[in-house]
Design a protein around this ligand. Structure first.
Ligand SMILES: Nc1nc2c(ncn2[C@@H]2O[C@H](COP(=O)(O)OP(=O)(O)O)[C@@H](O)[C@H]2O)c(=O)[nH]1
Ligand SMILES: Nc1ncnc2c1ncn2[C@@H]1O[C@H](COP(=O)(O)OP(=O)(O)O)[C@@H](O)[C@H]1O
Length: 213
């Protein structure tokens, strides 16, 4: 199977984790990536946060009550989950596992605590941290989005500093100065990751087995 971003995938897809502080532009960059790389699959998270205007259940998030969310956790249906600024967020496990198994790459846009849990389970994943050009620019993006109360903006800014400190656990860091450039950088990383020799080992083994037959 050859994808139209120019590489031949190894057997399993690549799990990509994209994190970064609130307001850095994760959602905006993912939206732009969807049109630039339609072959990438996007994980839809579950959350107890109320929907923002325009958000659609099952598209932006699966919106759940706290009881429903904790039930999913109890049933081991979450690959990871975390509490962020008073709400629960989690990645449905089955969809991620099935997508990877089918050879497709999947992006999880999640915060740092959850990302570190995913890293324990999928050390071969690709972990990308999105940075703002500066902290004042970060604050003005959160304010400019117009979705948060003053308290929520303050909370998100203090969590942002904690998150940036944990960037050392990631493989790559990208500055979101321009959305198109950020997308290009992510796709460049993905192309390079597909060329890692370790991802090709099983394929090569298969060739050797055929020759030796
Ligand atoms: N651990 C975890 N974090 C998530 C998940 N889905 C979203 N998040 C993160 O939760 C944080 C808050 O998301 P959201 O309420 O949409 O606010 P925003 O970042 O300000 O747009 C962001 O850092 C998201 O990346 C998930 O499934 N698991
Ligand atoms: N490269 C960029 N330059 C300027 N504004 C941006 C850029 N990327 C995103 N934004 C704006 O910043 C705000 C926050 O972006 P959003 O994608 O909601 O962030 P996140 O998902 O990380 O919380 C939005 O108003 C968005 O239009």
């Amino acid at each position: 199977m050859t994808s139209n971003i120019g590489y031949t995938p190894a057997e399993k897809g690549i799990l990509i984790v994209l994190s970064g502080p609130s307001g850095v532009g994760k959602g905006t960059v993912c939206k732009a990536l969807r049109s630039k790389a339609p072959e990438l699959v996007y994980s839809v998270s579950a959350t107890t946060r109320p929907p923002r205007e325009g958000e659609v259940d099952g598209v932006n998030y699966f919106f759940k009550s706290r009881e429903q969310f904790l039930q999913l956790v109890d049933q081991d249906q979450m690959l990871e989950w975390a509490e962020y600024v008073g709400n629960f967020y989690g990645t449905p496990r089955k969809f991620v596992e099935e997508t990877l198994q089918s050879g497709k790459d999947i992006i999880l846009e999640i915060e740092v605590q959850g990302a570190l849990k995913v890293k324990q389970k999928f050390p071969e994943g690709v972990f990308i941290f999105l940075l703002p050009p500066s902290l004042p620019e970060l604050e003005s993006r959160i304010v400019g989005r117009g979705t948060e109360s003053e308290e929520s903006i303050r909370n998100r800014m203090s969590v942002a500093l904690e998150e940036i400190r944990l960037m050392e656990h990631y493989d790559y860091a990208i500055v979101n100065d321009q959305v198109d450039l950020a997308c290009e950088r992510i796709l460049g990383i993905l192309t390079a990751e597909h060329c890692r020799k370790d991802r090709m080992v099983s394929k090569i083994k298969h060739w050797m087995a055929e020759v030796n037959h």
